[in-house]
Design a protein around this ligand. Structure first.
Ligand code: NDP
Length: 451
């Protein structure tokens, strides 16, 4: 690593500590070395020093009334990281693990991901340490309204357009949109992920999962392989996991696992998607409920895997789709996957693989790795399409949006692949996606002056 990059990482460590933001910045900055060497303007304009500091960070208190009549207090955050390419854009996460470090990592990744989509969107991320699990509908609604009371002061259709993420789906977006409208007296495209009947886009719920599979499809095709007949392990059981499984099945692959933070299910006959949707989307249940109802499937509790291994990756497969959360696939996991025959990973979640696991995958000549910021960009790309439809007060058909999504994912694949090749890292899509995403943002920052 060059002393220049090392110096920037040290400054992040000093101001932010040794957390996931530093991990994400290390991955990105290290892989930018080839372009920094080739084009001196980025260092001359101190682009990296500026890029690693969010333009604005807001932290606020969110108080709502629980069903027990008591006041509940949580942190609310919005990290508006970079607006060189357009309004800040990125999801809201409601999960007890949310803190500023997590949101800085997610917002930072979002800058490059949004750039890769080719749409005019800056990068941001927000959320709260509120845990929606086990809360009543009324509590969720009151929390969303309280959260929006503050968030509405800093977002807007041309300023900052939040969407969903972990713990924030269509229901939460609906409650937040209702509150935003009431507070501001505006009905506009300030939030994406809206219900289709009042301004949402078809395919948005499916987009991240579908997009990740489209990316894997293109990556395998380039390597003269196909998804057809492949057995795949998928982690998570939320939005991304469900629609990854749906598209895998459509393309002739068999997804055999799902998981949540309590455990994982192995269903050797292939996941029953209808049952999974019923349990997760209608009943808001757990993957253990799936195993109770599905003959031949096996549930394993997470505590059985305490020695640095995530159980879901112990299942033999041809390819893996981590779709739950950050750092859920470590060096032990990838070694197990590889020894069991797995030869590709496509990341649906944000930064699900640790740096050690990524290096392991990149070192193997017979392994294909699709990094998150390219492979899971389908969600935000379709949010961009939702913004376009809102601005034109129109609505496209499912087929139209799905075709655009597939085209965008194919373009992202070839953009990252060709960029890696140009810098003599053929096949290394980490380098390809980071450089391709960075170049567009960095050039815009230079064009827009020191601000
Ligand atoms: P959901 O809330 O719908 O589902 C998240 C799933 O991951 C749940 O099954 C959840 O289990 C599991 N999970 C969350 N945290 C942990 C943890 N610490 N350990 C084990 N399992 C965990 O979220 P999404 O599907 O929307 O998001 C999944 C990932 O995809 C995230 O990394 C997100 O940032 C990323 N992503 C999402 C996009 C989208 O459009 N939704 C777009 C791009 C990226 P449990 O219920 O037990 O918590």
């Amino acid at each position: 690593m060059s002393t220049y990059i090392n110096g920037i990482l040290q400054s992040i460590k000093q101001s932010n500590g040794d957390g996931v933001f530093l991990q994400a910045a290390t991955e990105v900055l290290q892989s930018l070395e080839p372009i920094l060497k080739a084009e001196k303007k980025y260092q001359n304009h101190n682009v990296l020093e500026r890029l690693v500091i969010p333009e604005k960070t807001s932290i606020f208190r969110v108080v709502y009334t629980g069903d027990d009549g008591k006041a509940k207090a949580h942190f609310g955050y919005r990290v508006q990281f970079n607006s060189a390419l357009g309004p800040y854009k990125g999801g809201l996460r409601f999960h007890p693990s949310v803190n500023l470090d997590v949101l800085k990592f997610l917002g930072f990744e979002q800058i490059f991901k949004n750039s890769l989509t080719g749409l005019m969107m800056g990068g941001g991320k927000g959320g709260s340490n509120f845990d929606p699990k086990g809360k009543s509908d009324a509590e969720i609604m009151r929390f969303c309204q309280a959260f929006m009371l503050e968030l509405s002061k800093i977002i807007g259709a041309n300023t900052d357009v939040p969407a969903g993420d972990i713990g924030v789906g269509g229901r939460e977006i609906g409650y937040m949109f209702g509150a935003y409208k009431k507070i501001t007296n505006l009905f506009n495209g300030t939030l994406t992920g809206k219900n289709i009947s009042w301004g949402g886009s078809l395919v948005r719920p499916e987009a991240t999962g579908y997009g990740c599979v489209y990316f894997a499809y293109e990556m395998l095709k380039k390597a003269k392989q196909s998804l057809e007949g492949k057995t795949c392990a998928v982690s998570g059981s939320g939005n991304v996991a469900i629609y990854t499984i749906e598209k895998l099945q459509e393309l002739g692959a068999k997804a055999v696992t799902i998981s949540d933070s309590s455990g994982f299910v192995y269903d050797k006959n292939g996941i029953d998607l209808e049952l999974l949707k019923e349990i997760k989307e209608v009943k808001r249940g757990r993957v253990s409920d799936y195993a109770k109802l599905r003959k031949g499937s096996v549930y394993t509790e997470v505590k059985k895997y305490t020695k640095g291994t995530n159980g879901v990756w112990s299942i033999p497969c041809d390819g893996a789709f981590p779709s739950a959360t950050q750092n859920e696939l470590n060096l032990n996991d990838i070694k197990t996957l590889y020894n069991n025959g797995c030869r590709f990973v496509a990341e649906g979640a944000n930064m699900p693989s640790t740096l050690e696991a990524i290096n392991f995958m990149l070192d193997k000549k017979d392994f294909l790795f699709a990094p998150a910021k390219a492979a899971n960009a389908g969600g935000v790309a379709t949010s961009g399409l939702e913004m376009q439809q809102n601005a034109a007060m129109t609505q496209w058909s499912f087929k139209e949006v799905d075709e655009k999504l597939h085209r965008i994912m194919k373009d992202i694949f070839y953009n990252t692949y060709e960029t890696a090749k140009e810098f003599k890292y053929t096949g290394n899509l980490v380098v390809g996606s980071n450089i391709a995403g960075f170049k567009k943002v960095a050039d815009a920052m230079i064009d827009q002056g020191y601000i």
